[in-house]
Structure formats: C-alpha cells, structure tokens
Design a protein around this ligand. Structure first.
Ligand code: DAH
Length: 601
C-alpha cells in the first residue's frame, strides 16, 4: 500500500523514498513506491507528472493511476531502476499548482452555486482541460453574473481551505450530502472552506481561496435534467495583464504599416530571395516581432488578427516573388531566370458579411420550420403601408422616410394599390404571404430595405428579416419562445430577451425586443461594480414585433376570429454587429467596399 503524502500536504513537491516494484510494459515502465507525492488521476483532477531519480537511472513520470491500494507511476526510464533503489521524486510543480488551483476553484464555485440554488445535487466535477461542475437540476442562464460575483467574493475573502483525515463514521456525521461513492482504497478526507460545512474530497487543494485567482464562469448549459457550469481561472497577474491588451484595430494598423515598410525594402533590394525573406519576414523583422505580439490581443479577437497577419504575410511573400522575378529577368542576369519558381497565387475572396449573416439567420429559422421567402423590394404602397393599418396621412409613416418611384399611373390598380415605393421595411411581405392562401404560415422574409437616411448608424440601403407565424391559437408565448431560441442560437446560450410594450400600427399588442448585454449579461454592471460601457442599463434594443392586428389579417384574407399570429422585424446589419461585439464607429463602412475592412470578417 502506497502512502499518499498529497492527502495531508498538497505543497510537498519533493521527497526521498524507495522503489517497491518495477515492471516493464512494452517500452514503458510501471513503478510503485513506498510513499508518493504524485497525485493519481481521479475525482476530476488529472494526474501529476515529474521525475523519479535513482543512483543508476531516471524515470520521467507521464501518468499516475491508482491500482487497488497502490499508486502506479507510468514512466519512461533512462538507465535502470529496480526495487529497493533509493530515489528522489520531484513534481512538475507549475502543472500541479495549476491543477490544485483549478480543483479548489471548483469547490469555491460549488459553494457559490449552492448558496444561490440549494436544491441542486452535485453529480461530478472536472478540473482538468475543460473545468466544469455538473448538477442534477437546472440554473437560469441569466444567473452567470450572480454566481461569478459570489464565487469571486469567496476568492477575495482569502478563506483558509483545511483538510482532515477522518473515519467513515465521522465523515457521515459531519458531511451534509454524502457522495454516491466513497473510495475504498484510500483514507477518507474532508475539506473545509472558511466556516462552511465540510465536504468529502481526496484531491489536492491550495491553502487559501485567494490563491485560486479570479474565477470566470464561461457557460451554463442546461440539458435534460442536468446542468453543467463551466469555468476558468486567472491569477491576479493574468487578470491585470489581460487588461493591458492592445485593441485589435490598433494591432491591424501596425501590421499594415509593417507591410508597407516591408514592401519598400523589397522594392529597393536586389538581394537573393532567401536573404530578402529573412530581412522582411524573419523572426527579427518588424513583421516577425509583430506576429509574436499577437498574444497581447484579447483571445476573442485573436482569430480576426490572425487572419490579417496571414494575409499581410502572403502579400509580402508575393512582393518578394515578384521582385525576385523582375530582378532575375533583367538583361544583365539572363542566366538567372528560374523556370521552377511557382506561379503567383491570386488572392481569394469570401462572402460579404451581410451575405454570411443572411445565410446564418436563414439556417437558424429553418431548424424550427420557418421557410425563407422573397417578396418584392419595390412594392405598392398598399403592401408597404396601407394594408398594415397605416393610411397615407398617418403620422407614424414619417418615421419610415420612404423613397417613392415615379411611374405611369395605371387607373385600375392605382385605386387600391397607390404609389410605388422602395420598401422601407420587410413588413410588406406580411400581407403578400397571407395572399398565397396557405395556412399555417411560418415565413422568414429577408430583403433589402430603403430609407432616406445616412449617418453613422444608418445606411440608405440596409437589410431586415421579418418573421411571421400564423395558425390557430398562436400566442405571445410563441413569439417569446421563437425570439429566445433565435437569440441563443445566434448570440450564444447565455443570452436572453425581454419584451417591452411599444406601439406599431400593424400589431396589437406590440413590443420592442431587448437582448441582455453580452458584456454584463443584463446587470448593467461589471464585476467590479463599475457601470457597463456597452449598454449602461444591461439591455440592448433589437427588434420590433407583436401579435398581428386583426385588420391586417383581414387584409390578407385571413379570418381573425379563427387564426392569430405574430410578426417581427429586425435589422440584419445591427444583429450582426451586436453578435461580434463589434462596435463600428460608422455602420456605412459595411457598404463602402474597403477591402481592408471587409477582409476582417
Ligand atoms: N417594420 C418595423 C420596422 O421597420 C419592425 C416591425 C415591428 C416589424 C413590428 C414587425 C412588427 O413585423 O410586428 O421598424
């Protein structure tokens, strides 16, 4: 039986002991020792690594497991180690210390979760690559912020974490909730955080909660009757370093400048290709150094920056190729023409961001049975306004600032249909869809819209997507459910919506739909209590919607006493910008066709 030193002292990094058994397994060895500091994988904590050194050989420990009451160290060995050898064992301490912190973070987080939701039953913890705790029960997604505040308050309080070896009797007496299985092959232990009730635990733990560092809850996933709370940790230093990130726009600016400098050097150089490459792309070059600095960009923005880095490098590579070709083909170097030089790769494009967004929106709605339809984008006044309960002189129409199209008035149509307009919203599709005469309707109409406006948050041409569901017994509940589904799919599982009463002519009741802010998740405050800079109030305004007005249903030939429905309309560009958390200084950039801007998406 191996004595488990980590149970009583998680900070013991090195010991001297004796090999009790050594067996060869293929090219690897399995060693057992009289006592060990190596933690065997278990209880959600990964195993330790490190070295075991004897007089005639050194083992490098790759993995550690419990086998009955023995701890088996799976190693590769240089030289020889045999039973009876005296050895010195040393842990890979940075790795172990991170495991300890993650493991204690799990316990601290659990205290926070349980204090808010005492009915949850813990099922398992994972404190390795993807740290998370799973419970039976469910947690509202919106509570991420509260859980994080509670957990980090425990970290800030720097409470002692103490452990005691106990008998089964004592454990049963002192622990509130017994875990489903207790280990039979090792001593039982309980740990206590501050003055909270103790919990059974056999892993390694830091001495004080402050050592854990800042805890971030990275997601709450409710599936069936269980819920998983995923988390990560940061030390204070890491958190502070993270706050000194360089903004991605500034980084891209530096890259573009480095690209221009590199091209100038290339233009003036007659060096052979390889020398030139090292000068402008090598690790010591301006671009090489900048590439390394990508680590000082927020992880969330790194992919975007990475794409630009690759493009800049590719373009510099091309410039080098072109330069070496033109140098080589000069008459004074006729012999230097190299026919094996590979061809130049033409730049590749990608779909415009709005096209990408439309495809994604279409796909999300398709999954709940909404079919994308198309309706005219140049349409009669009747469909754009009048049929939607907005007669010509209605003041509400001013908000739409519509473009009118001059046309030959055809008498027959003109009576009812009126003028021709560039559609100012996608709502013109409502009555047109009803006129198809098929029920139920589940449409998503995505189209260009036009309004007489151009400023930093408006373009005269933009896109909306209009959803409409008509059937018997459709209620506000359905509207809310569909919005909530969409928002979770498009923006992420921790986002929710709220409906705020509003007025539209064509729906009754009408709502404006807000989405909780992606930064502060609806609280309006950051972790340190400062007001959230993105939203101020916790919510961002997104869309309009409501229950279709009976008059509109009648105009589409549908009997409002038998059928009801909801409709909503959102801006595609706005939705897309909110998704990336991208705050554009000027939304007109999307349509300015500046490749440097578009390439970033
Ligand atoms: N058409 C409205 C707009 O452009 C948005 C809207 C509001 C659409 C309510 C709807 C709705 O379908 O029910 O601002």
């Amino acid at each position: 039986m191996t004595e488990l030193l980590f149970l009583t002292d998680s900070y013991k990094k090195e010991i001297s002991t004796r090999v009790t058994n050594a067996e060869q397994k293929g090219s690897a060895w399995e060693l057992t020792l009289a006592e060990t500091v190596f933690y065997p994988q278990g209880g959600g904590q990964p195993s330790d690594r490190g070295t075991i050194k004897g007089a005639k050989g050194t083992a490098s420990v790759k993995h550690v497991r419990m086998d009955g009451a023995e701890v088996v160290h799976e190693c590769t060995v240089e030289g020889t180690l045999v039973p009876g050898d005296r050895v010195t064992c040393s842990l890979d301490w940075p790795l172990r210390y991170r495991h300890m912190r993650l493991h204690s973070a799990g316990h601290v987080l659990h205290e926070a979760v349980i204090s808010l939701y005492p009915d949850l039953v813990p099922l398992k913890g994972e404190h390795g690559d993807k740290p998370a705790i799973t419970y039976r029960g469910s947690i509202p997604i919106g509570s991420i912020h509260d859980i994080m505040m509670k957990a980090n308050a425990l970290v800030a309080a720097d409470l002692p974490i103490t452990s005691e070896l106990v008998s089964l009797d004592e454990l049963q007496k002192r622990v509130a909730v017994l875990p489903p299985r207790l280990p039979k092959n090792k001593p039982l232990r309980i740990i206590t955080i501050g003055d909270r009730p103790p919990t059974p635990d056999g892993g390694t733990q830091v001495a004080k909660t402050g050592e854990v560092g800042e805890i971030t809850v990275s997601g709450i996933t409710n599936t069936g009757d269980t819920v998983t709370v995923a988390y990560t940790i940061n030390t204070r230093e890491e958190t502070e370093a993270a706050e000194e990130f360089i903004p991605v726009s500034q980084y891209i600016g530096m890259l573009l400048e480095a690209q221009a400098n590199a091209k100038r050097v290339i233009e003036e150089s007659t060096d052979p290709r390889e020398i030139l490459r090292i000068a402008v792309l090598g690790p010591k070059s301006e671009l090489g150094k900048l590439t390394k600095r990508i680590r000082s960009i927020k992880p969330a923005d790194r992919q975007q920056a990475g794409t630009v880095v690759n493009d800049v490098k590719a373009s510099v590579e091309r410039a080098i190729e072109e330069r070496s070709l033109s140098v080589a083909s000069r008459p004074e170097h006729p012999e230097a023409f190299d026919p094996t030089v590979p061809g130049l790769r033409p730049p590749e494009g990608h779909l415009h961001i709005v096209t990408q967004a439309i495809a994604e929106i279409t796909e999300i709605f398709a999954r709940i049975g909404f079919t994308r339809v198309r309706h005219p984008e140049v349409d009669w006044d009747w469909y754009a306004f009048e049929s939607l309960n907005m007669p010509k002189n209605h003041p509400a129409r001013d908000e739409w600032e519509t473009f009118f199209v001059e046309h030959q008035k055809s008498k027959s149509k003109n009576q009812k249909f009126g003028q021709i307009v560039l559609t100012p919203h996608t709502s013109n599709g409502q009555v047109r869809e009803m006129e198809k005469g098929k029920l139920p309707i589940r449409m998503i109409n995505i189209a260009t819209c036009y309004r007489r406006q151009s400023d930093i948050s408006h373009t005269p041409m933009f896109h909306q997507f209009e959803g409409m569901y008509i059937d018997t017994n459709v209620s506000i509940g359905h509207l809310k459910g569909v919005f909530d589904y969409f928002v979770k799919q498009f923006f992420g599982p921790d986002r929710t919506i709220r409906l705020r009463p509003f007025h539209f002519q064509f729906t009754e009741p009408s709502f404006e739909v807000d989405i909780n802010c992606g930064i502060c998740l609806g609280s309006g405050k950051l972790a340190d209590g400062a007001p959230c800079r993105l939203c101020k109030s916790g919510w961002l305004e997104m869309a309009g919607g409501g229950m279709i007005h009976p008059t509109v249903l009648k105009n589409g030939g549908i009997d409002p006493s038998r059928y009801s429905g909801f409709a909503f309309g959102w801006g595609v560009e706005r939705a897309y910008m909110m998704k990336g958390g991208t705050k554009l200084d000027d939304i007109r950039l999307i349509y300015s066709n500046d490749i440097r801007f578009l390439e970033q998406f």
